[in-house]
Design a protein around this ligand. Sequence first.
Ligand code: NAI
Length: 301
Amino acid sequence: MSKIKFDNRVVVITGAGSGLGKCYALEFAKRGAKVVVNDPGGALDGSGQNAAAADLVVKEIIDAGGIAVANHDSVASRQGGENIVKTALDQFGTVDVLVNNAGIIRDKSILKITEDDWDAVIAVHLKGAFCVTQPAFAVMKEKGYGRIVNTSSGAGLYGNFGQCNYGSAKMALVGLMNSIFVEGAKYNISCNCIAPIAASRMTENLMPQEVLEKLKPEFIAPLVLYLCSEQNKDNKMIFNCAGGWFSRTEILCSSGMVLGDGKREILPEEIMEHWDTISGLENTKPLSSLMESFTYLSGIM
Ligand code: NAI
């Protein structure tokens, strides 16, 4: 089994001042990476700032003999994203790996959520991932190598009470991944998603202590490191991970059926009549891009 190493690889991790991001930073550094520890600090809802969050992680890495630098920009603006990537370029000369991990929560049921709750959560998770990925992608395209991991969530993939803002943003990170795949594969840039469940300040009040003890962030890091390694050639995949459980989840397209001939009217009654075939999951497969869905229309095109 080949050893996974990150010597001379530059790894940018957003939101790496605590929880999962901190764990990834320590593990990447142990395996030789030069790590940009991004985190403005602050509360779970995104309020406030605290530079110590990133600084302490950098100190821990350096004290252990590793290489790291702190960045305190928010991911949620274009300028912030550019500054984060600039930190990597100024300090280490390149970017090889980006882990889009920064996150906040403002959980409320749909009728209670405010515009501000919606905007703030979308800004950090979704816009933030875009704002850092865009300048990182430019560097990766130039060098013909890049590994990106987006942090999705079961709350988006499957749904969860009180998280319509968070779940929407997390599902959108799958959409971002899909487009990065289509645009990046030819430059050897991969993008995959993880949907973790782990003990952190985000989940500490949601589950009993004995459950949290089994959901260590350290059990998520191996998957992130593998996905970001040179050895991993897979792309555009989504993985559940929690407490040592690793599984793939997918958006699948069924062959369904073609009604009509591309000319005649199609009636709602025909949809009803063929509902089992249309809504069934027979002959499903993941599609490589939107364009592949046109193959199902071959009978009428
Ligand atoms: P956490 O709260 O410990 O870590 C999130 C980090 O993101 C914090 O250090 C925070 O300061 C940082 N952050 C917040 N706003 C930022 C901004 N604008 N720019 C840069 N950094 C910012 O929580 P945890 O659990 O470690 O979360 C990490 C990621 O994993 C998040 O994206 C979260 O949504 C996701 N996730 C976590 C799950 C879990 O069970 N812990 C479940 C599913 C997803």
